[in-house]
Design a protein around this ligand. Structure first.
Ligand SMILES: *Cc1c(COP(=O)(O)O)cnc(C)c1O
Length: 395
């Protein structure tokens, strides 16, 4: 196989490009996949190369062919100028925030953000003299009213963690840019396959690769992609911290990338089938899934998103915690645990009332978050059907 002409390669459709991105078999003795390069020391060919630090690879923290393959593939997928890797999704969020912020700055964060993002803002950025204001995710263009002269970053996350509020990202981005602020997005739910972040106005897009890029609940990874305006600063921050992803995890991420789109379409299909079934259940008050027409953010989802992944929530009609626990404890196919995006189904109860500050969460019943895996949906329905019978028996 010869090396493909770069121009012809750029013309390929995304699905094809994602099979080739970050892969150079001709440089790997013909082996299809980029192998795991492990290493700290990189030997220089001569003193001149050492003095000028000119080779492509210079030290373990500065990248390897394995990390470079993943970075370039992710940048290509994201429509970004470049991307950097981090050991976890949360580390990627902190990297993005520290790229955009300095002491004395003000930060706007959606009230629906991933909770550990809040903990970082309140527990670390506050000590570094960065003030955070939480805003209603439904703010839209009115974010302009919250901007202060020292507001340098706006963090969006759509849909919101656990509660699935949609956000008008293009409108927020336009207002933020008019005031000179950087737009950071946690794009973990949709991934760049279902929400092209930079096309929609995002400057720094964060993905927890721990979820769908892995797809198998067997690794942790974070990725940050940046547009041309922000990539230089992102790379600089990355170099200063040297918060590097492990080589095996990069290999697993590259492996996951080749089937990620297929798995996402299946997650969408399975997730919607379960969401629709749950919407028909008498025990369920509301299903929070942006691809359902009943969702308050459905119009935004339809306008801006290209698909939906397999994570959503439901609000039950009022029942006791004991009844919910009886439902959950007997489930065979839904594991209880954090994270998502793997091949197995999961469920957790949640209650964001204790930590949201800009909005009130009062859905009128207990709430459950579902991650739908690749099981046969009829098996999943039967498992939940038995669970609902246990719930009703206690009430
Ligand atoms: C899981 C998750 C993260 C963090 O990823 P980790 O790899 O677990 O640190 C960030 N944002 C969202 C929306 C997530 O679901």
């Amino acid at each position: 196989m010869s090396k493909m002409d770069p121009q012809r390669r750029a013309m390929l459709r995304r699905r094809t490009r994602m099979l080739y991105a970050g892969r150079t078999p001709e440089e790997q003795f013909g082996f299809v996949n980029t192998p795991i390069y492990r290493g700290s020391t990189v030997l220089y060919p001569d003193a001149h190369a050492l003095r000028t630090n000119s080779p492509r690879y210079t030290y373990g923290t500065k990248g390897t062919p394995t990390t470079a393959a993943l970075e370039s593939a992710w940048a290509e997928l994201s429509g970004a100028a470049g991307a950097v890797l981090a050991p976890t999704g949360l580390a990627a969020i902190t990297l993005a925030l520290m790229t955009a912020l300095k002491a004395g700055d003000h930060l706007l964060v959606t009230d629906s953000a991933y909770r550990p993002t809040r903990s970082f803002c309140d527990g670390y950025l506050a000590e570094m003299n960065v003030e955070t204001t939480y805003y209603d995710p439904a703010v839209g263009a009115a974010i302009a009213d919250l901007m202060r002269p020292n507001t340098t970053a706006v963090l969006v996350e759509a849909p919101g963690s656990q509660t699935f509020e949609m956000q008008d990202v293009p409108a927020i981005a336009a207002a933020a840019h008019a005031a000179g602020a950087c737009v950071i997005m946690d794009n973990t739910w949709a991934t760049p396959f279902f929400f092209p972040p930079h096309e929609r106005g995002v400057d720094l897009a964060v993905e927890a690769g721990t979820k769908y890029l892995s797809g198998h609940s067997d690794m942790m990874m974070g990725l940050v992609s940046a547009n041309a305006e922000w990539f230089g600063r992102l790379r600089r921050t990355f170099d200063l911290f040297a918060m590097c992803a492990g080589p095996e995890d990069c290999f697993l991420a590259l492996r996951g990338l080749r089937t990620m789109e297929l798995r996402l379409y299946e997650a969408q299909r399975q997730g919607l089938a379960m969401a629709q079934w749950l919407e028909s259940r008498p025990e369920v008050k509301q299903v929070l899934h942006p691809a359902l027409p009943s969702h308050p953010g459905h119009a935004i989802w339809k306008r801006d998103f290209l698909g939906a992944s397999g994570l959503f929530s439901v609000v039950l009609h009022p029942v006791s915690d004991k009844a919910v626990d009886a439902m959950l404890d007997g489930l065979d196919l839904f594991g209880m645990g954090y994270s998502w995006g793997g091949y197995e189904s999961l469920v957790i109860p949640f209650d964001p009332r204790t930590y949201r500050t800009a909005t009130e969460w009062s859905p009128g019943g207990p709430a459950l978050r579902f991650q739908i895996g690749l099981e046969d949906v009829d098996d999943l329905k039967e498992d939940l059907d038995r669970g609902f019978a246990r719930l009703r028996a206690i009430g």
